[in-house]
Ligand binder design. Structure first.
Ligand SMILES: Cc1cc2nc3c(=O)[nH]c(=O)nc-3n(C[C@H](O)[C@H](O)[C@H](O)COP(=O)(O)O)c2cc1C
Length: 154
């Protein structure tokens, strides 16, 4: 079971959230956006993407090429999840999470999303843990179903 967590953070809130998510998923590899090679996507079973929101509910500029790669690649084998930080005083709270969610829903098996107000607090930890548990359950179920389908076909 190979899992990648890929995040983009400007001032550290999303980085901290990605790191705590990684602590709940010890089997996952954590990548900053610029360090992840999209050509390795076929080798993964699970992908979690983290982003802050910019502008008026927008993706940060650096996230757009990755979004477009995912939109055009075959990622139907991937179980995915999206997380992000934002500020509720903006009109589109965590709009980048919504944009990634809608795209991944179409192109992959989207399991779960998580939105957090700026820097996560200890009170957010139960929600964060639940996010990772739901992701793991969806991933295991997809792997099991894929194996059963292969057995039926062969
Ligand atoms: C110019 C600007 C625009 C922003 N627009 C939004 C927005 O539309 N929606 C939102 O939820 N947060 C918005 N934010 C807040 C950031 O997404 C939020 O502070 C986030 O936690 C930053 O994450 P980072 O520390 O990982 O960079 C904006 C922040 C700035 C500076």
């Amino acid at each position: 079971m190979r899992i990648a967590i890929v995040y983009h953070s400007g001032s550290g809130n999303t980085k901290a959230l990605a790191e705590v998510i990684a602590s709940f998923l010890p089997e996952a590899k954590l990548f900053k956006l610029g360090e992840f090679n999209s050509a390795t996507l076929p080798a993964y079973d699970g992908l979690l993407i983290g982003s802050y929101t910019w502008g008026d509910g927008d993706l940060p500029a650096k996230m757009i090429p990755f979004y477009e790669e995912l939109e055009t690649a075959d990622i139907s084998h991937l179980t995915t999840a999206v997380f992000g930080t934002g500020e509720t005083n903006y009109h589109h709270f965590c709009g980048a999470v919504n944009l990634l969610r809608d795209m991944l829903y179409v192109h992959s098996s989207l399991a779960v999303t998580l939105k957090v107000e700026q820097m996560y607090q200890t009170t957010d930890l139960p929600r964060i843990e639940k996010f990772t548990t739901i992701f793991k359950q969806a991933l295991q179920s997809k792997i099991k179903n894929t194996c059963m389908t292969k057995e039926l076909i062969s």
